[in-house]
Each structure stands twice: as structure tokens, then as C-alpha cells.
Design a protein. Structure first.
Length: 345
């Protein structure tokens, strides 16, 4: 088979979510936006629903509709983007709950779908989504008459426990919600790890469920193994790949695998990344191409059938560090050409 194999461990997804759930006294929702951070929203969400997750979050209505098909009628599905023009039918037909971000969205929602469940997203300083304190003060009583199911906000710096922004946002959230008899939610994965005062009535972990930083106790969820298409021996002075950036300084055995930057293996990480044959790291030789990567396997002393990109020796956060990015981007870049194998559920 010419395609690389992405193995997704749904047992690890469930174990990570349960471990995050056990850190709190409140409900733990599941964030499955962006196709479940690249691993497959339907598979991840069904596994989490079986494990007891009752509330799911996605970014946009289209994701919510697809998730409703996968989960059936029971679970609550919330939309971070709120109620956008053109979304009304989908929100109604698929029973999705928009997190209302502005007065415009509030008017759109209560006029088009009076009595339909919704939540409110407040901005506590990130300045990305949600109502600002003054806006909220102006509509708060109107909103409360409509019985919102949830009031939420989002932390900008939760993966850094020492960051003063965390307490500033906590104070702002408390100020804006004081005395309200509505379920509250502030914490993403980082917020869960910040401790009980950030938990309120519901947490919304995403990345930790999928095995990424800052949940360092997480079990790895993805493994990626690429087939070797061809091996060759080159002489001293010969070069490999685009731009001739690798020159052999000894007789060198080169293996070429089927995966490249079009599959989410970010080109810039090439010079500091290794592929693994069992426990043995093999450096890349030359640049990562669109569909191919060449690897120096001289020291292996044999031609492997496969080389591992993501494995026990090199996880999502290692690749992220090599590429100068975050685990979230590595996961959500995972290619659609991989053959996907789901295990553990
Ligand atoms: C993505 C997202 C989350 C989940 O965040 P993680 O850092 O992945 O745990 C929670 N809330 C909102 C509003 C989000 O956009």
C-alpha cells in the first residue's frame, strides 16, 4: 500500500477525557471542532458519548450538523461561532445550540428561533469572540428572560499557569456572572489544570483529550507510519532532493517514504526531525517534498518496509517543537491521504 497509516487510539482519547474529568467536580464537555482536532470528529465523539460525555462543542453550524448525524438526538451540541446569518434552519433542524457572541446574534436568534436553546459567550479579555462587559450589561436582563443554557468565556493564556492573564480573566468572568443562576464555563484543557476555581459548572477540554500539551500526563492518541517506496545507495558527493541541501559525506543508503508536506508534515521541520525504525532514529536527508521524504538509513544496516513519523519516541508535541508550532496545528494538519485505522474502541 502506498499510503501512510495513521493509527488513532480511541481508547486513549477516552482515557484522556476521563482523566481530565476526574480532575474536576463538574461536568466535562468534549470539544470536537475541526474534525476532532484532525483525528475524526464522528469517531472521537461517539467514543466519548459512550464514555459519558453529554455536551459537545464545535466551531460552526456545518460541523454541528455532521456531528448530530454521528451522535443522534441525545447529546447537546454547542456552536462557538454563535448564530450566523444563514444558519437558522440548520440550528433548528439539527437542534444545535449557538453560543451567542453579540447583540446582533442575540436579536437574530430570539427573533428567528424563540425558545430554542442557546448560550452566551462573554469576552473577558481575549478580544476574539463574545460580548464585551458593556454590551453584556446592556442586554443581560433580556438574555436572562430567555433562559440561556450556559454562559461561557475562553482563556487566552491557560497553558501558562503563571500568566497573570489567567486571574484577570477569572475576575472578569466572576464580575460579569455574579449572582446569576445559569451554568457557567471558563476552562479549556489548560483551565482544567489551573485548578478548581477555574472549573465552574462545565469544562471544555480539547487538546488534552487528543494527547497534547499542556496535558502532560496524556496518553498519545495518534501514530503515523509511512511505507518505504524505494531505497538506493549514493556515493560521496552526491546530493538528495530539491535544492541539493543534503550531500553525502560517506557512502549513504537513502530510503524514500510516501508522505510529505501535503500530508501535514511541515516542510520547515525537516532539518531537526528523525523518522524511526523501531527504537532507532534516522535523520532526514534533504528537504521534505510535497508527497515524499528521503531518509538517511545508512546506520540501520537494513532496508525497512516502514518508517515511523509519530511513535512512542516522537509525539505530536515533539514534531510541533521541530516545526516551531503547537501540537494543535500538527494534529489539525494531519493529511486526508492517510489510511486511517481506529483502535481501542
Ligand atoms: C478550542 C476551544 C476550547 C478547547 O481548547 P483546548 O485548549 O484545546 O483545550 C475550549 N473553548 C473554546 C472557546 C475553544 O475555542
Amino acid at each position: 500500500m502506498g499510503s501512510s497509516i495513521l493509527t488513532v487510539d480511541l481508547g486513549a482519547v477516552v482515557a484522556n477525557w476521563q482523566a481530565l474529568d476526574q480532575m474536576t467536580e463538574c461536568e466535562t464537555a468534549a470539544v470536537v471542532k475541526a474534525d476532532g482536532y484532525g483525528i475524526g470528529a464522528d469517531r472521537a465523539a461517539r467514543a466519548l458519548a459512550r464514555a459519558g460525555a453529554r455536551t459537545f462543542f464545535v466551531a460552526i453550524a456545518e460541523e454541528g450538523a455532521a456531528l448530530r448525524e454521528a451522535l443522534g438526538p441525545g447529546p447537546v451540541i454547542n456552536l462557538f461561532s454563535g448564530h450566523m446569518p444563514g444558519d437558522t434552519d440548520m440550528i433548528s433542524d439539527m437542534n444545535l445550540a449557538p453560543m451567542i457572541n453579540s447583540i446582533d446574534q442575540l436579536i437574530r436568534h430570539v427573533e428567528a428561533l424563540p425558545g430554542h436553546p442557546f448560550g452566551v459567550q462573554l469576552d473577558t479579555g481575549m478580544n476574539r469572540l463574545g460580548m464585551e462587559p458593556a454590551e453584556w450589561a446592556a442586554v443581560r436582563d433580556v438574555v436572562l428572560e430567555q433562559s440561556p443554557a450556559l454562559i461561557m468565556s475562553h482563556l487566552a493564556c491557560a497553558d501558562d499557569p503563571e500568566h497573570p492573564m489567567n486571574l484577570r480573566q477569572l475576575d472578569a468572568f466572576r464580575d460579569m456572572t455574579m449572582g446569576l443562576d445559569v451554568p457557567l464555563s471558563l476552562a479549556n484543557t489548560g483551565g482544567v489544570l489551573l485548578g478548581a476555581k477555574y472549573h465552574f459548572d462545565m469544562t471544555r477540554p480539547g487538546i488534552g483529550t487528543y494527547g497534547g500539551f499542556p496535558f502532560q500526563a496524556a496518553q498519545p492518541v495518534v501514530a503515523l507510519s509511512a511505507p518505504v517506496i524505494q531505497c538506493r545507495t549514493i556515493e560521496i558527493g552526491e546530493t538528495v532532493g530539491y535544492g541539493n541541501t543534503f550531500t553525502a559525506d560517506r557512502e549513504t543508503r537513502i530510503a524514500t517514504i510516501s508522505a510529505g508536506y501535503a500530508d501535514g508534515l511541515i516542510r520547515g521541520m525537516g532539518p531537526v526531525t528523525h523518522l524511526y525504525f523501531e527504537d532507532q532514529p534516522c535523520p532526514l536527508a534533504g528537504r521534505i517534498s510535497m508527497d515524499l521524504i528521503s531518509v538517511d538509513i545508512t546506520d540501520l544496516g537494513r532496508d525497512p518496509k516502514h518508517l515511523d513519523v509519530l511513535c512512542e519516541h516522537q509525539g505530536v508535541d515533539d514534531l510541533a517543537a521541530n516545526a516551531g508550532t503547537i501540537g494543535y496545528e500538527i494534529l489539525t494538519s494531519l493529511g486526508t491521504r492517510y489510511a486511517r485505522r481506529y483502535i481501542g474502541a
